[in-house]
Design a protein around this ligand. Structure first.
Ligand code: ZN
Ligand code: ZN
Length: 303
């Protein structure tokens, strides 16, 4: 018996992408299937259909909506396709088969220049089998994980995700435009999601793990830093959020930005290692296990 709560799926997606979602559950031959998508009263966008077959195979299809012609056309016009390609690669790295067709012809993630310029039909099918390598999967987590990867991939080409903007950094009038540019990429919620899906939530420099130290309060908290120097970010540079972004704690992040251009993460790691002989927190264990359940707070997710 596969138990999946559609409201949990919806809430998780809304948390991740910060837009309203709708999630429908279908029952086909006693096997669960979901239709998820951004809330879309005008039927202008898309849904993703997720099926679980024989408890072992997860399949997802992109389903255009009645009036999604303009949406698909605008996906093709999106100049920044790096995030889209990175989601695609990440799903392949995780063992899925990914087939994407534009105007009925399969496209190649390694050769963006060969893709059609004018998109009229978009198709995507992702198959993951087995859903997990050992034992029975947690189906709800699998639907959330894979659904969010597919959603992130499509939304990476859409204009319906709000891009967070960095609050103005006081005292940095010089080079402020460059900073805003970098922060746009660092703070794009899709790039962030993708970076942590690939690299996790530990600081890549000192190893600090907010959840281990602060418990639930620190769950999924981490800064995202852009490694590639600003000078390389121009028209035509394709962001690869897995390689170009890295999770860092606010201390290490501040240290990286002490220099202009910022230090490379490897340089800062060497400084730290030279002084301490190790990544500070990589062997951090249970020292901070306190009675968390006695401490009450509300997490302000905007911070
Ligand atoms: Zn750190
Ligand atoms: Zn940074």
């Amino acid at each position: 018996m596969i138990m999946i709560d559609k409201d949990t799926v919806r809430k998780k997606l809304e948390e991740m992408f910060d837009i309203p979602f709708s999630v429908q559950m279908l029952n086909e031959n006693n096997e669960p299937a979901f239709v998820i998508g951004p809330e879309d009263p005008g039927k202008e966008f898309f849904t993703v259909r997720i099926y679980i077959r024989n408890q072992i195979r997860l399949m997802m299809d992109f389903i255009p909506q009645k009036y999604s012609v303009n949406f698909i056309h605008s996906m093709g016009e999106q100049a920044e396709k790096g995030t889209f390609v990175s989601y695609w690669k990440l799903m392949k790295m995780r063992g899925a088969k990914v087939t994407i067709k534009v105007n009925r012809k399969e496209i190649d993630p390694a050769d963006v220049d060969s893709w059609p310029k004018d998109w009229s039909v978009f198709e995507a099918r992702i198959t993951k089998m087995p859903i997990v390598e050992d034992g029975l999967p947690d189906y709800e987590s699998a639907v959330i994980e894979w659904g969010s990867l597919m959603m992130g991939m499509v939304l990476a080409l859409a204009d319906i995700v709000p891009i967070e903007t960095e609050p103005t950094l006081k005292g940095y009038s010089e080079g402020e435009i460059k900073r805003t540019e970098v922060n746009r990429y660092e703070r794009n919620p899709l790039n962030r999601k993708l970076c942590v899906a690939a690299n996790g939530y530990d600081c890549s420099i000192c190893g600090f793990d907010f959840q281990k130290v602060y418990g639930e309060l620190g769950n999924q908290f981490i800064h995202i830093h852009h490694i590639t120097p600003v000078s390389k970010i121009g028209p035509g540079y394709m962001i690869d959020p897995i390689k170009d972004l890295t999770p860092v704690c606010p201390n290490c992040h501040a240290m990286l930005h002490r220099t202009d251009p910022p230090l490379q993460p490897e340089q800062l790691k060497m400084i730290l290692m030279a002084r301490t002989g190790k990544m500070l927190f990589s062997d951090f264990t249970q020292q901070y296990k306190v009675a968390e359940e006695n401490i009450k707070y509300d997490i302000d997710t905007d911070k």
